[in-house]
Design a binder for this molecule. Structure first.
Ligand code: MG
Length: 367
Protein backbone atom coordinates (compact mmCIF):
# COMPACT_ATOMS: atom_id res chain seq x y z
CA UNK A 1 0.00 0.00 0.00
CA UNK A 2 1.38 3.38 -1.01
CA UNK A 3 0.52 7.02 -0.39
CA UNK A 4 -0.57 8.55 -3.67
CA UNK A 5 -1.95 11.89 -2.53
CA UNK A 6 -1.58 14.27 0.41
CA UNK A 7 -3.99 17.19 0.53
CA UNK A 8 -4.99 19.91 2.99
CA UNK A 9 -8.24 21.82 3.59
CA UNK A 10 -8.81 24.95 5.68
CA UNK A 11 -11.69 25.45 8.09
CA UNK A 12 -12.54 28.40 10.34
CA UNK A 13 -13.61 27.38 13.83
CA UNK A 14 -15.46 30.16 15.72
CA UNK A 15 -16.05 29.77 19.45
CA UNK A 16 -19.39 29.41 21.29
CA UNK A 17 -18.07 31.89 23.90
CA UNK A 18 -16.96 34.35 21.20
CA UNK A 19 -13.30 34.37 22.20
CA UNK A 20 -10.65 32.47 24.14
CA UNK A 21 -8.25 34.54 26.25
CA UNK A 22 -5.16 33.61 28.20
CA UNK A 23 -1.97 35.09 29.66
CA UNK A 24 -0.26 38.16 28.24
CA UNK A 25 -3.46 39.48 26.65
CA UNK A 26 -3.40 36.69 24.05
CA UNK A 27 -6.77 35.99 22.51
CA UNK A 28 -8.33 34.14 19.57
CA UNK A 29 -11.84 34.57 18.18
CA UNK A 30 -11.76 32.19 15.18
CA UNK A 31 -9.34 29.29 15.00
CA UNK A 32 -7.75 28.52 11.62
CA UNK A 33 -7.61 24.74 11.33
CA UNK A 34 -6.05 22.51 8.68
CA UNK A 35 -7.59 19.15 7.81
CA UNK A 36 -5.10 16.76 6.25
CA UNK A 37 -6.09 14.02 3.83
CA UNK A 38 -3.86 11.07 2.91
CA UNK A 39 -5.04 8.83 0.08
CA UNK A 40 -3.56 5.47 -0.85
CA UNK A 41 -3.26 3.62 -4.14
CA UNK A 42 -5.85 1.13 -2.75
CA UNK A 43 -8.48 3.86 -2.44
CA UNK A 44 -8.27 4.10 1.34
CA UNK A 45 -8.34 7.65 2.78
CA UNK A 46 -7.26 8.84 6.22
CA UNK A 47 -7.71 12.24 7.89
CA UNK A 48 -5.85 14.31 10.44
CA UNK A 49 -6.11 17.86 11.77
CA UNK A 50 -3.70 20.51 13.02
CA UNK A 51 -4.91 23.72 14.66
CA UNK A 52 -2.39 26.01 16.39
CA UNK A 53 -3.62 28.16 19.29
CA UNK A 54 -3.04 31.24 17.16
CA UNK A 55 0.48 32.11 15.94
CA UNK A 56 1.70 33.26 19.38
CA UNK A 57 1.31 30.22 21.63
CA UNK A 58 3.82 27.63 20.42
CA UNK A 59 6.25 28.00 17.48
CA UNK A 60 3.44 27.08 15.06
CA UNK A 61 1.00 29.00 12.86
CA UNK A 62 -1.90 27.98 10.63
CA UNK A 63 -0.40 28.94 7.26
CA UNK A 64 2.77 27.16 8.37
CA UNK A 65 0.88 23.88 8.53
CA UNK A 66 -0.16 24.21 4.88
CA UNK A 67 3.24 25.53 3.70
CA UNK A 68 5.00 22.72 5.55
CA UNK A 69 2.77 20.04 4.05
CA UNK A 70 3.47 21.44 0.59
CA UNK A 71 7.19 21.10 1.34
CA UNK A 72 7.02 17.68 2.96
CA UNK A 73 4.36 15.80 0.99
CA UNK A 74 6.39 15.16 -2.22
CA UNK A 75 8.92 13.20 -0.09
CA UNK A 76 6.19 10.90 1.22
CA UNK A 77 4.44 9.86 -1.99
CA UNK A 78 5.06 6.13 -2.47
CA UNK A 79 5.58 5.49 1.27
CA UNK A 80 3.50 2.86 3.06
CA UNK A 81 1.14 4.76 5.42
CA UNK A 82 0.79 1.69 7.67
CA UNK A 83 4.49 1.70 8.59
CA UNK A 84 4.28 4.61 10.98
CA UNK A 85 7.81 4.53 12.41
CA UNK A 86 9.36 4.30 8.93
CA UNK A 87 7.12 7.13 7.79
CA UNK A 88 8.06 9.33 10.76
CA UNK A 89 11.76 8.80 10.13
CA UNK A 90 11.23 9.76 6.53
CA UNK A 91 9.38 12.93 7.59
CA UNK A 92 12.21 13.84 9.99
CA UNK A 93 14.83 13.22 7.30
CA UNK A 94 13.00 15.37 4.74
CA UNK A 95 12.08 18.30 7.05
CA UNK A 96 14.02 19.11 10.21
CA UNK A 97 11.87 20.14 13.15
CA UNK A 98 8.39 21.59 12.56
CA UNK A 99 6.66 18.79 14.49
CA UNK A 100 3.22 20.41 14.10
CA UNK A 101 3.48 20.17 10.29
CA UNK A 102 3.94 16.40 10.57
CA UNK A 103 1.19 15.81 13.12
CA UNK A 104 -1.80 15.79 10.73
CA UNK A 105 -0.07 13.47 8.27
CA UNK A 106 0.85 11.03 11.05
CA UNK A 107 -2.73 11.17 12.40
CA UNK A 108 -4.17 10.45 8.94
CA UNK A 109 -1.87 7.44 8.54
CA UNK A 110 -3.07 6.05 11.89
CA UNK A 111 -6.61 6.49 10.55
CA UNK A 112 -5.61 4.40 7.50
CA UNK A 113 -3.85 1.76 9.63
CA UNK A 114 -7.01 1.37 11.71
CA UNK A 115 -9.18 0.98 8.63
CA UNK A 116 -6.80 -1.66 7.23
CA UNK A 117 -6.73 -3.53 10.53
CA UNK A 118 -10.50 -3.01 11.06
CA UNK A 119 -9.70 -1.71 14.56
CA UNK A 120 -10.22 1.63 16.28
CA UNK A 121 -6.97 3.58 16.72
CA UNK A 122 -7.19 3.36 20.54
CA UNK A 123 -6.87 -0.43 20.32
CA UNK A 124 -3.80 -0.09 18.11
CA UNK A 125 -2.36 2.40 20.60
CA UNK A 126 -2.47 -0.19 23.36
CA UNK A 127 -6.11 -0.90 24.20
CA UNK A 128 -9.08 0.75 25.80
CA UNK A 129 -9.15 1.48 29.56
CA UNK A 130 -12.67 1.58 30.97
CA UNK A 131 -15.88 2.82 29.38
CA UNK A 132 -14.87 6.47 29.11
CA UNK A 133 -12.34 9.03 30.33
CA UNK A 134 -12.39 12.34 32.16
CA UNK A 135 -12.35 15.80 30.56
CA UNK A 136 -11.44 19.22 31.87
CA UNK A 137 -12.93 22.57 30.91
CA UNK A 138 -10.59 25.48 30.13
CA UNK A 139 -11.92 28.75 31.56
CA UNK A 140 -10.97 31.73 29.40
CA UNK A 141 -9.32 34.64 31.27
CA UNK A 142 -11.87 37.13 32.53
CA UNK A 143 -12.60 38.84 35.84
CA UNK A 144 -12.61 36.52 38.89
CA UNK A 145 -16.41 36.62 39.24
CA UNK A 146 -16.99 36.02 35.52
CA UNK A 147 -14.67 33.02 35.67
CA UNK A 148 -16.41 31.70 38.77
CA UNK A 149 -19.75 32.04 36.98
CA UNK A 150 -18.40 30.06 34.00
CA UNK A 151 -17.09 27.32 36.28
CA UNK A 152 -20.48 27.04 37.99
CA UNK A 153 -22.19 26.74 34.59
CA UNK A 154 -19.80 24.11 33.25
CA UNK A 155 -19.98 22.24 36.56
CA UNK A 156 -23.75 22.04 36.03
CA UNK A 157 -23.02 20.48 32.63
CA UNK A 158 -21.02 17.70 34.30
CA UNK A 159 -17.40 18.84 34.19
CA UNK A 160 -15.43 18.21 37.37
CA UNK A 161 -12.00 19.51 36.35
CA UNK A 162 -11.39 23.15 35.59
CA UNK A 163 -8.33 24.83 34.18
CA UNK A 164 -8.29 28.53 34.94
CA UNK A 165 -6.41 30.76 32.55
CA UNK A 166 -4.33 32.90 34.90
CA UNK A 167 -0.84 34.34 34.28
CA UNK A 168 -1.94 37.97 34.59
CA UNK A 169 -1.82 40.39 37.53
CA UNK A 170 -0.85 38.23 40.55
CA UNK A 171 -3.37 39.82 42.92
CA UNK A 172 -6.19 39.27 40.42
CA UNK A 173 -4.99 35.70 39.79
CA UNK A 174 -5.04 34.96 43.52
CA UNK A 175 -8.67 36.17 43.56
CA UNK A 176 -9.49 34.01 40.52
CA UNK A 177 -8.10 30.90 42.20
CA UNK A 178 -9.77 31.58 45.57
CA UNK A 179 -13.17 32.50 44.16
CA UNK A 180 -13.38 29.41 41.95
CA UNK A 181 -11.97 27.12 44.62
CA UNK A 182 -14.82 28.13 46.94
CA UNK A 183 -17.35 26.79 44.41
CA UNK A 184 -15.86 23.34 44.06
CA UNK A 185 -16.83 20.14 45.82
CA UNK A 186 -14.61 17.34 47.13
CA UNK A 187 -13.43 15.26 44.15
CA UNK A 188 -13.34 18.24 41.79
CA UNK A 189 -9.93 19.35 40.55
CA UNK A 190 -8.70 22.88 39.97
CA UNK A 191 -5.73 23.81 37.80
CA UNK A 192 -4.27 27.32 37.58
CA UNK A 193 -2.57 27.51 34.17
CA UNK A 194 -0.43 30.63 33.82
CA UNK A 195 0.68 29.69 30.29
CA UNK A 196 4.21 31.13 30.92
CA UNK A 197 2.67 34.45 31.99
CA UNK A 198 4.29 35.12 35.39
CA UNK A 199 7.78 36.26 36.19
CA UNK A 200 9.32 34.26 39.06
CA UNK A 201 8.58 36.88 41.72
CA UNK A 202 4.92 36.98 40.63
CA UNK A 203 4.58 33.19 40.58
CA UNK A 204 6.23 33.01 43.99
CA UNK A 205 3.65 35.42 45.42
CA UNK A 206 0.72 33.54 43.92
CA UNK A 207 1.77 30.07 45.09
CA UNK A 208 2.41 31.39 48.60
CA UNK A 209 -0.88 33.25 48.74
CA UNK A 210 -2.91 30.16 47.75
CA UNK A 211 -0.87 27.80 49.91
CA UNK A 212 -4.03 26.56 51.69
CA UNK A 213 -5.96 25.93 48.42
CA UNK A 214 -6.11 22.54 46.72
CA UNK A 215 -4.91 23.69 43.29
CA UNK A 216 -2.47 22.44 40.64
CA UNK A 217 -0.02 24.99 39.24
CA UNK A 218 0.60 24.71 35.49
CA UNK A 219 3.49 26.28 33.52
CA UNK A 220 3.90 29.39 35.71
CA UNK A 221 6.85 30.93 33.83
CA UNK A 222 8.42 31.11 30.38
CA UNK A 223 11.45 28.85 30.74
CA UNK A 224 12.03 25.42 32.21
CA UNK A 225 14.56 26.82 34.71
CA UNK A 226 12.13 29.47 35.96
CA UNK A 227 9.37 26.86 36.33
CA UNK A 228 11.77 24.57 38.22
CA UNK A 229 12.59 27.35 40.67
CA UNK A 230 8.88 27.80 41.45
CA UNK A 231 8.38 24.06 41.66
CA UNK A 232 11.13 23.91 44.28
CA UNK A 233 9.41 26.45 46.51
CA UNK A 234 5.83 25.21 46.44
CA UNK A 235 4.06 22.11 47.73
CA UNK A 236 1.30 22.38 45.10
CA UNK A 237 1.17 19.58 42.51
CA UNK A 238 2.94 20.88 39.43
CA UNK A 239 2.16 20.60 35.70
CA UNK A 240 4.54 21.40 32.83
CA UNK A 241 3.22 22.13 29.36
CA UNK A 242 4.81 24.65 26.96
CA UNK A 243 8.43 23.70 27.80
CA UNK A 244 7.92 19.95 27.28
CA UNK A 245 7.78 19.12 23.59
CA UNK A 246 10.04 16.10 23.17
CA UNK A 247 11.46 13.02 24.90
CA UNK A 248 14.64 14.85 25.98
CA UNK A 249 12.60 17.35 28.00
CA UNK A 250 10.51 14.58 29.55
CA UNK A 251 13.67 12.79 30.69
CA UNK A 252 15.18 16.02 31.98
CA UNK A 253 12.00 16.91 33.84
CA UNK A 254 11.88 13.46 35.38
CA UNK A 255 15.55 13.59 36.44
CA UNK A 256 14.97 16.99 38.11
CA UNK A 257 11.62 15.90 39.63
CA UNK A 258 10.28 18.99 37.88
CA UNK A 259 6.66 17.91 37.39
CA UNK A 260 3.91 15.65 38.69
CA UNK A 261 1.80 15.96 35.55
CA UNK A 262 2.79 16.77 31.99
CA UNK A 263 0.64 18.09 29.18
CA UNK A 264 0.95 15.95 26.03
CA UNK A 265 -0.34 17.90 23.06
CA UNK A 266 -0.36 15.74 19.94
CA UNK A 267 0.91 18.36 17.47
CA UNK A 268 3.53 19.65 19.93
CA UNK A 269 5.19 16.23 19.78
CA UNK A 270 4.58 15.75 16.03
CA UNK A 271 1.67 13.30 15.81
CA UNK A 272 0.18 10.26 17.49
CA UNK A 273 3.31 8.12 16.96
CA UNK A 274 5.52 10.45 19.00
CA UNK A 275 2.79 11.38 21.46
CA UNK A 276 2.30 7.67 22.16
CA UNK A 277 6.02 7.28 22.87
CA UNK A 278 5.83 10.24 25.26
CA UNK A 279 2.69 8.79 26.86
CA UNK A 280 4.26 5.37 27.38
CA UNK A 281 7.40 6.95 28.84
CA UNK A 282 5.28 9.01 31.27
CA UNK A 283 3.50 5.84 32.40
CA UNK A 284 6.87 4.16 32.98
CA UNK A 285 8.09 7.19 34.97
CA UNK A 286 4.94 7.54 37.07
CA UNK A 287 4.01 10.93 35.62
CA UNK A 288 0.30 11.60 34.98
CA UNK A 289 -0.82 13.39 31.84
CA UNK A 290 -3.23 15.82 30.33
CA UNK A 291 -3.79 14.51 26.80
CA UNK A 292 -4.92 17.04 24.24
CA UNK A 293 -3.66 19.25 21.41
CA UNK A 294 -3.08 22.97 20.96
CA UNK A 295 -6.62 23.35 19.55
CA UNK A 296 -8.86 21.70 16.93
CA UNK A 297 -12.30 20.51 15.93
CA UNK A 298 -13.89 17.11 15.41
CA UNK A 299 -10.88 15.31 13.95
CA UNK A 300 -8.39 16.53 16.55
CA UNK A 301 -10.92 15.63 19.24
CA UNK A 302 -11.24 12.12 17.79
CA UNK A 303 -7.44 11.67 17.82
CA UNK A 304 -7.25 12.96 21.43
CA UNK A 305 -10.01 10.54 22.40
CA UNK A 306 -8.11 7.54 20.98
CA UNK A 307 -4.86 8.48 22.73
CA UNK A 308 -6.63 9.34 25.99
CA UNK A 309 -8.82 6.23 26.04
CA UNK A 310 -5.74 4.03 25.51
CA UNK A 311 -3.93 5.64 28.47
CA UNK A 312 -4.21 3.83 31.83
CA UNK A 313 -7.01 5.67 33.65
CA UNK A 314 -4.94 6.51 36.75
CA UNK A 315 -2.33 8.20 34.54
CA UNK A 316 -4.87 10.23 32.59
CA UNK A 317 -5.11 13.40 34.68
CA UNK A 318 -7.53 14.82 32.15
CA UNK A 319 -8.21 15.33 28.40
CA UNK A 320 -9.94 17.91 26.21
CA UNK A 321 -13.07 17.91 24.03
CA UNK A 322 -12.23 20.83 21.73
CA UNK A 323 -15.18 20.10 19.46
CA UNK A 324 -17.60 21.27 22.16
CA UNK A 325 -15.89 24.71 22.31
CA UNK A 326 -16.40 25.52 18.63
CA UNK A 327 -19.53 26.20 16.60
CA UNK A 328 -18.61 24.22 13.47
CA UNK A 329 -18.69 20.45 13.08
CA UNK A 330 -16.18 19.28 10.47
CA UNK A 331 -16.76 15.53 10.62
CA UNK A 332 -19.42 12.92 11.29
CA UNK A 333 -18.74 10.26 13.90
CA UNK A 334 -16.65 12.49 16.19
CA UNK A 335 -16.83 11.74 19.92
CA UNK A 336 -19.20 13.93 21.96
CA UNK A 337 -18.85 14.74 25.62
CA UNK A 338 -21.33 13.28 28.03
CA UNK A 339 -21.37 14.88 31.49
CA UNK A 340 -17.71 15.86 31.49
CA UNK A 341 -16.57 12.52 30.07
CA UNK A 342 -15.93 11.12 26.62
CA UNK A 343 -15.07 7.86 24.86
CA UNK A 344 -13.21 6.99 21.68
CA UNK A 345 -15.15 5.68 18.70
CA UNK A 346 -15.36 1.90 18.27
CA UNK A 347 -15.36 2.24 14.46
CA UNK A 348 -12.17 1.38 12.55
CA UNK A 349 -9.47 4.07 12.38
CA UNK A 350 -10.28 7.42 13.95
CA UNK A 351 -13.97 6.74 13.26
CA UNK A 352 -14.69 10.06 11.58
CA UNK A 353 -15.82 11.15 8.12
CA UNK A 354 -15.24 14.79 7.14
CA UNK A 355 -18.23 16.82 6.00
CA UNK A 356 -17.46 17.77 2.39
CA UNK A 357 -19.67 20.86 2.46
CA UNK A 358 -17.82 22.20 5.52
CA UNK A 359 -14.20 21.51 4.59
CA UNK A 360 -14.58 22.86 1.05
CA UNK A 361 -11.92 22.55 -1.64
CA UNK A 362 -8.32 21.35 -1.32
CA UNK A 363 -5.86 24.20 -0.67
CA UNK A 364 -2.84 21.94 -0.91
CA UNK A 365 -2.91 18.97 -3.25
CA UNK A 366 0.24 16.90 -3.80
CA UNK A 367 -0.12 13.75 -5.91
MG1 MG B 1 -1.42 24.39 29.55
Amino acid sequence: MKIKRIAAYQVDLPLHEGSYKWSGGKSVEVFDSTIVEVETDKGMIGYGEVCPLGPFYLPAYAEGVRAGIKELAPHLLGSDPRQLDVLNRRMDAALKGHPYVKSGIDMACWDILGQVAALPVCELLGGRYGDDFVLYRAISQESPDQMAEKVAGYRDQGYRRFQLKVGADPQMDIERIRMVSNLLEPGDKLIADANTGWLMHEAARVVRAVDDVDVYIEQPCLTYEECLSIRQRTSHPFVLDEVVNDIDMLLRGHADRAMDVVNIKISKFGGLTKARLARDLCVAMGVAMTIEDSWGGDITTAAIAHLAHSTPSEFLFTATDFNSYVTVSTAEGAPQRDSGRMSASSSPGLGIQPRGDVIGARLVDVH
